[in-house]
Design a protein around this ligand. Sequence first.
Ligand SMILES: [Zn+2]
Length: 237
Amino acid sequence: MIRAWLSLPLWLLALWIIAMSACTSMGSHNVLARSGVDFGPPESLSFCLLIDEGITERAARELMEDAWREEGALYGLTIKVVSVAPWPRPAYTMQGILDALLRHPLHPQCDRVFALVGRHVGDVVWGLIGLPEILGAVDDNTSTHGYAVVQRASLNQVFMSPTSVVRHEIYHLLGCAEHFNMSGCYDTITAMKRRMRDDGSDFFPAWDGINERTLVSRDAVNARLLQVTGAGRTSQH
Ligand SMILES: [Zn+2]
């Protein structure tokens, strides 16, 4: 009886820590694997940002810069913020937010659409009791659309800074689907950069994780978005 009572909080604590660490980082860098990879010449990835009420354009740009400065230097891949538009958070749940996001097609100058959303009162309650909350997600169908919750208000975000949440989602937007497989992620980034260069394209390729294929143009992404809008979908977070 006492044992069961004792083990319950530990079990909960363990679950909490696992859930937290699963969302905190993509994984540790694999320096040995990375040193063997030639990431090729510099490229850039163009972001069209959507920002919630209460987040300034300046703060949004700084956050993107801080999140990717060091990683960008490693991969020869800079992030260019090409537009910033207001976007009031459309829903409380991850699915609701993704549904609304997927209704934004990729415009000619955008490679990715990324929303920075503020907090909802429900997040705060959820966060205060220490339950793992979803701080960001990227749609699996195209890997081109995602969001991060960036205002600090919960216990979870004491451990997960907005910068690390944004960085995590950027990895998903690059096509790195698996957590803790950095060596696979280096290969993915290299392959995407090479494909863009070989095609002479101005679009940074994207990964359709459902059909396991690379989308090499904005038209291909937009066609896929039309297919999935309204249908069931999955996501990574
Ligand atoms: Zn993730």
